[in-house]
Write a protein that binds this ligand. Structure first.
Ligand code: AMP
Length: 217
């Protein structure tokens, strides 16, 4: 199964994608997480992307598209994947259409992860990320077992530079302007499913599994 997860920053795409990936044995591909790894490793791509990511701006199309193309050509995706954070613009969606046509691997569904604006602001301002493995925790909903320490790898939890309030506001604007039009694009293509993620990721997973089952009947 090949899926895209769409939704505003803070909608809980990453956490829900992680849960579904575990449940259905899919690979979770987060372009933001790949970029953060590249930045940490100090690679050429990381150096080029660094300023954009820190300021909550979109990384230029040429960089992100070739990064995605490399990822989708790797050999570990035969059971399917969840794309989280890509596409973010109409141009990226069209690039992806062409790439998937060439690879002969069409999408099954595009999942819109939906939440109220108020919930988003609350979530983003209480989100912490592991500086080592990238795992995400939420101090309100999914607090780590030990304060400041990652449950998964023992790494130190930090507030991402781009989860600070100013940058969050900018990321929400970028989403409204560039990414929201994709909802219509995929609705028109007959691929869109919607899942409300205001309550909890576990509840959203149940709803989504139900929808995916119906969608493939
Ligand atoms: P995320 O973890 O998905 O919120 O992404 C973090 C940051 O990585 C974004 O604010 C952008 O700077 C960059 N980024 C991730 N995916 C993309 C994309 N598809 N296009 C452009 N920039 C991206």
């Amino acid at each position: 199964m090949r899926l895209i997860f769409l939704g505003a920053p803070g909608a809980g795409k990453g956490t829900l994608a992680e849960l579904l990936a575990d449940h259905a044995d899919l690979v979770h591909i987060s372009t933001g997480a790949i970029l953060r790894e590249e930045i940490k490793a100090g690679s050429d791509l990381g150096k080029e992307a660094n300023d954009y990511v820190k300021q909550g701006k979109l990384v230029p199309e040429s960089l992100i598209n070739s990064m995605l193309e490399n990822r989708l050509e790797q050999g570990d995706l035969s059971n399917g994947y969840i794309l989280d954070g890509y596409p973010r613009t109409l141009a990226q969606a069209k690039f992806l259409d062409q790439l998937l046509a060439r690879l002969d691997t069409p999408l099954d569904h595009v999942v819109l992860v939906d939440v109220d604006q108020e919930v988003i602001i609350k979530r983003l301002s209480s989100r912490v990320t592991c500086s080592q493995c990238g795992a995400i925790f939420n101090l309100l909903q999914q607090a780590p077992q030990k304060e400041g320490i990652c449950n998964k790898c023992g790494g130190t939890l930090i507030v991402r530079e781009d989860d600070k309030e100013e940058v969050v506001r900018h990321r929400l604007e970028v989403y409204e302007e560039n990414t929201k039009p994709l909802i219509q694009y995929y609705q028109d293509g007959g691929l869109l499913l919607k899942v409300d993620n205001s309550a909890s990721p576990a509840i959203a997973l149940e709803i989504l599994l139900d929808q995916l089952e119906k969608g493939s009947e």
